[in-house]
Design a protein around this ligand. Sequence first.
Ligand SMILES: O=C(O)CCC(=O)C(=O)O
Ligand SMILES: [Fe+2]
Length: 300
Amino acid sequence: MTQIATLSLRQPLDSLASGLGHSFSETGFAIVRDHGIAPETVARADAAMRAYFALPEPVKLAYRIAGQGGARGYTPFGAEHAKDAEVHDLKEFWHVGRELPAGDPLARYMPENVWPVEVPDFRPASLALFAEFETAGGHLLEAIAVALGQEPGFFSASVDQGNSVLRYLHYPPVAAAREGAVRAAAHEDINTITLLLGAEEAGLELLTRDGEWLAVSPPEGALVVNVGDMLQRLTAGKLRSTTHRVVNPKGEAAGRSRYSMPFFLHFRPDYVITPLVEGGEEPITADAYLQQRLREIGLV
Ligand SMILES: O=C(O)CCC(=O)C(=O)O
Ligand SMILES: [Fe+2]
């Protein structure tokens, strides 16, 4: 039976590397404990996110930014759909990007953040969580580099000022859901790796090699980490960007909201993804690849 490995970010680098390498080539996913992201930081961001999503829809819609494909700020219920899906996902979300110094040349790839004035703690809480996700992501990438036979620092320059995005997700109660619509239809993540908090509330499932849906059920507070398309492309498929989805709950849970916080760790926009081994696809910049993929999911 397919198993998602559970690992600790505090275990020795070599054993973490072999554990992640194995799990990522089998399932594309791993569960990671002792990730170093402080529970207080998570609780603070969680409170800010819930306060924002609880605002009246017209207030939230003031933070929808036209013409940007949801890169920053609010994206309402019914906007994003997975590649080739016909019905919209049952979710609303908010994106926080990197804060760049004034005049930074990467600003053309990374729009400025917007912040909801109605929730004063939203900005500091989000930036604190962004920073802690980034630190944990850096440690994971050291282990992934070792798993790929590289030096631990292999990824440092590629993710320095990376185009990473913190997403706050709210899936409202599904009692009145449209036929066929699910909280998040089957999709793959576009980025390098995704670090997900808040997936304890049931629903997340990954598609195994055998074509079966496997529930991802992390213990309280643990991170779910998965490989995105960019890392899959870099490794010519050795590490798998696995299809996953969030299904609607049954029974009593259907009347409850589900919240989650994925951090989509991205390469720098100008990093050229050149496969590490023979047989991969053509080199492409991270930004060109991202734009291509966003068009496919209807976001640009
Ligand atoms: O909400 C979740 O548990 C997963 C969300 C997800 O897969 C995504 O936003 O890409
Ligand atoms: Fe995803």
